[in-house]
Design a protein around this ligand. Structure first.
Ligand code: TIU
Length: 226
């Protein structure tokens, strides 16, 4: 077992049954002109998450542990986009409308791509999802069962929307979930802070959080001690 100094207490995982899930590190959320900005958000907040997420990816790749990426996007005919999602509020562009990075939140368009620094490499799994949670209307549950995964390390954007929703789905399915604090970000810093607190409150009611350095230290310790 590898034991990470985490909040609210130590997070222990078996390296034979861990996977990393990187949520929606897409240009549509992180770069100007995409879905996030059309909703009225300042996307510059999300850019600080790119390097820590790349470092976390490097750690999993070095260890040979499974990596799963998700993308929130829709089929070109929008048949998987509930009208309630497309029609909600008054965004400057709606899902499916043409924007500077192609059609907003549509699979295969430049905006739906994962940012280059966090792009999947050969052998990594990519799950396209129409909802905020990555288990809804996808085969993520089947993929994790096939891999024999029990513990999930989380990164990605945004903390209180797709990351938290997916962690809650995973927690309800019996997975032990650890969120890496610098590898997740919100358009609203106060929402990120509140989400980290609510995840680990009540004795890790949803899961654990830890800085990246704590995970790196734990992996190094395991290598020294065997
Ligand atoms: N709007 C917002 O904060 N997030 C999303 O719509 N999707 C994800 O979090 N990926």
């Amino acid at each position: 077992m590898i034991t990470v100094e985490a909040h609210p207490f130590a997070f222990a995982f078996d390296p034979a049954s861990v996977a990393l899930i990187v949520i929606d590190m897409q240009r549509d959320f992180i770069e100007p002109g995409g879905f996030g900005e059309t909703l009225g958000n300042d996307v510059s907040h999300l850019q600080r998450v790119i390097q820590p997420t790349a470092d976390l990816l490097a750690l999993f790749r070095r260890e040979g542990w499974p990596v799963i990426h998700t993308r929130e996007d829709h089929l070109p005919d929008l048949s998987d986009c509930p009208p309630a999602k497309r029609e909600r509020g008054s965004p400057s562009l709606r899902i499916g409308d043409p924007g500077p990075m192609g059609r907003i939140l549509v699979r295969g368009e430049p905006g739906a791509d994962i940012v280059p620094a966090c792009a999947p490499v050969d052998g990594e799994i990519v799950i396209d999802k129409p909802g905020k949670g990555a288990f809804h209307a996808t085969d993520l549950g089947g993929v994790l069962a096939k891999l024999g995964v029990r513990s999930l390390v989380f990164a990605g954007v945004t903390t209180e929307v797709c990351v938290q929703t997916t962690m809650r789905e995973a927690n309800d399915r019996g997975f032990e979930c650890l969120l890496i604090e610098e590898a997740t970000e919100s358009y609203f810093p106060e929402f990120k802070a509140a989400t980290l607190e609510m995840i680990r409150a009540q004795g890790a009611i949803v899961g654990w959080t830890a800085p990246l350095a704590a995970l790196e230290r734990a992996v190094e310790r395991e290598q020294v001690n065997g």
